[in-house]
Design a protein around this ligand. Sequence first.
Ligand code: DX5
Ligand code: ZN
Length: 239
Amino acid sequence: MKSPAGHHFDQVSATLEAHGPVILPALLLCDFGHLAREVERLEAAGATALHLDVMDGRFVPQLTYGPVVVEAVRRAAKVPLEVHLMVEEPERTLADYAQLGADILTVHVEALADPRRALEVISSLGPRAHLALSPDTPVDRIEPYLDACDGVLVMSVEPGYGGQRFNPVAIGKLARLAELRSRSGAAFRLGVDGGIGPETVAAVAAAGAELIVAGSAVIRSHDYAQAITELETIARSAA
Ligand code: DX5
Ligand code: ZN
């Protein structure tokens, strides 16, 4: 079965796979009083896709938003949406996010009793299935599931808050995953999330990151277009 997101699928392929590393702005620190305007501004600034941080106050200390807000973003946005689920028992809400039109569903290996099953469920619902790992989680923990992943999200900060300092442990993990991918012939996309800015983006792109999430570096800038363009330019020349 395909979700209503199914019609985005070609666009997701075109936008997320065609042109080397891209920046996905994270909405976490945006002005939620003017959510549709923020989405519009980010799209006008050239965002290829948007990254939405769902936090439940349990898997991580902070509580952000759930399906109602993601659905509002879906209505406002034309670009693909990555929904990053930082929640306990994410299995319980996968169908909701697929149904409302998430294009990528990213789940944490640390939160899953059966990662392979969760990835298969996501794929069967329509969205792309991405697996995230926190800074303390070794690549070995996700290696058995790589064949079931459309993408891997390497966290370069402890999940839970925007604006934290980049943890360089992510660089070695990205490089290792890129190597595992080329050795196995698997086709998953490599993502990175946390502490990305002009000083850190070259290193992650050089290590293989393609879907690069940037929250504060974009949202706290005065000019979204300039911030996205600067990060993308640095990433592409380093890749
Ligand atoms: C952290 C979130 C990130 C966050 C990134 O828990 O998963 O997506 O919004 O924000 P920056 O880029 O400010 O680290
Ligand atoms: Zn995130």
